[in-house]
Design a protein around this ligand. Structure first.
Ligand SMILES: *[C@@H]1O[C@H](CO)[C@@H](O)[C@H](O)[C@H]1NC(C)=O
Length: 466
């Protein structure tokens, strides 16, 4: 039966008496449909079923979500069971203001469902007027920064805007990216040096001072967990430059490794450095200007970045790739290779000797939650988060390039020895992209797995470039 507002009064009276005969007790909808605000404010119900009823008519209903709503004049008497468009469509007036509790923040009111971000956590205004916030551990934790700076641990912590808003788990997942080699690799290939244990090494050393212009500045891996490719590319670049005596100064492409060294490697989800070195030896890698870094964003999986630089042209003296550079502005698709990488012993002095003699080395380290906020000084993992719930204490495996060492007097009058290492979190992080870390104590396992390599440089190469 269709009832129209515009029908003659007589017709309406008939209809009303008819419906009275079928009188049912109105189903009490408690609480009222709109007590907490109209759930479907834009819906058309009375309008769509063309059902506006004068007086009381318990049959004058329309399905509404999982229940019924009414379009009769009495729908609003005790509790409001009116359809959302009843006031508007049947009465021609705006609907009553919904009854709901607002949340308050900074002197302003926000309706239920409103959200704001508090660092890495999303807060939502719930129906009771309370802000309900997620409870993730954030990568930048103000309390942790203050505790480090208050505690005189020998280093300073700072806020980084490019880490702000990330969770600690995201930091571990997207900013590191080295998989520990299995024990078979860890135990192999250790280079035995004939160490003269009495040999005196300088108290300070910097690769950039010894080989000016040949050492690459720290890179930025973005949200790509590919430190395995970054640390390998920079150590190989430096060593090719040093071993060619500056005749070749390539800045090798981490992207080439990320996209093409894919056998048992996970690209921007992590990889192993021993496999990266294997690839550099067998296949070789082009420069970063030929094959630029394009996987800066989160979760750019291997499928999104296919390998564009697979093979090397074969034949004596051929050092060209068979493909053109992915970057059309660069024409030189020359491929650079290395000799097999070798593992150094964990002896501090042996690492120093190797560094001084042959150039920067690659090191694997464990990164803990407090390392992300390192700003300056000599880093040691601090216990400031020891009392916090476990999800505030996380660590993951990373790899970096060690470029030098030194020592300084602490405020307690002791001598603090340190390594200088280049990270791959950009040059705004730490000491212009570098950090110093305690030396001789295997801090964060940085002395456990240290690797060197020879650039594959022939006299022919050197002659060719003269
Ligand atoms: C940290 O930096 C972010 C972004 O620059 C800023 O919004 C936030 O207020 C800073 N936090 C602290 C504790 O200074």
């Amino acid at each position: 039966m269709r009832l129209l507002w515009t029908l003659p009064t007589l017709w309406l009276l008939v209809v009303q008496s008819l419906s009275a005969h079928r009188a049912r007790t109105r189903r009490e909808l408690a609480p009222g449909l709109h007590e907490r605000g109209i759930r479907d404010a834009s819906g058309s119900y009375c309008e769509r079923s063309d059902a506006c009823c004068r007086g009381r008519d318990d049959a004058c209903t329309v399905p509404y979500l999982d229940t019924l709503c009414y379009c009769d004049l009495f729908c609003n008497r005790t509790v409001s069971d009116c359809c959302p468009d009843f006031w508007d469509y049947c009465l021609g007036i705006p609907p009553p203001l919904p009854v709901q509790k607002d949340c308050v923040r900074g002197g302003h009111k926000y309706p239920p469902g409103a959200t704001y971000r508090e660092n890495c956590n999303l807060c939502t205004c719930d129906r009771n007027g309370q802000w309900d916030c997620e409870q993730h551990a954030c990568l930048i934790d103000e309390e942790m920064i203050e505790a480090i700076n208050r505690g005189y641990y020998g280093w300073r912590a700072a806020n980084y805007s490019h880490f702000w808003g990330m969770t600690l788990d995201e930091g571990i997942r997207y900013r590191l990216g080295t998989i520990k080699p299995p024990s078979t690799v860890m135990n192999m290939n250790e280079l035995q040096m004939n160490m003269d244990t009495n040999e005196v090494l300088p108290s300070h050393f910097s690769a950039a001072d010894k080989w000016p212009g040949l050492i690459l500045e720290p890179l930025d891996q973005g949200d790509c967990a590919g430190s395995w490719a970054f640390s390998t590319a920079v150590v190989a670049s430096d060593r090719i430059a040093i071993h060619s005596m500056g005749h070749m100064t390539p800045a090798l492409s981490p992207q080439n490794l990320i996209s093409c060294d894919t056998r048992n490697q996970q690209g921007c989800s992590g990889g192993r450095i021993d496999r990266a070195w294997w690839y550099l030896r067998r296949r070789g890698v082009v420069t970063a200007s030929c094959y630029p870094f394009t996987s800066r964003e989160k979760d750019s999986g291997p499928a999104s970045r296919p390998c564009m630089m697979h093979s090397r042209a074969t034949g004596r003296g051929k050092r060209q790739a068979t493909q053109r550079c992915p970057n059309p502005q660069t024409h030189s698709n020359e491929i650079f290779q290395s000799t097999p990488a070798y593992r150094l012993s964990s002896n501090e002095k042996e690492i120093m000797k190797e560094l001084m003699k042959n150039g920067p080395v690659q090191a694997i380290m464990e990164v803990h939650e407090d390392f992300f906020v390192y700003k300056s000084g000599v880093y040691r993992h601090t216990p400031v988060m020891a009392g916090k719930p476990e999800h505030h204490r996380r660590h993951g495996t990373h790899s970096v390039k060690i470029t030098g060492w030194g020592e300084e007097r602490t405020s307690h009058g002791q001598t603090q020895k340190y390594w200088v290492a280049a990270n791959s979190w950009g040059q705004h992080w730490g000491e212009s992209g570098y950090f110093r870390i305690a030396r001789g104590a295997n801090e964060c396992e940085i002395e456990t797995f240290v690797v060197g390599v020879w650039g594959r440089v022939s006299m022919e190469d050197v002659q060719r470039r003269k």
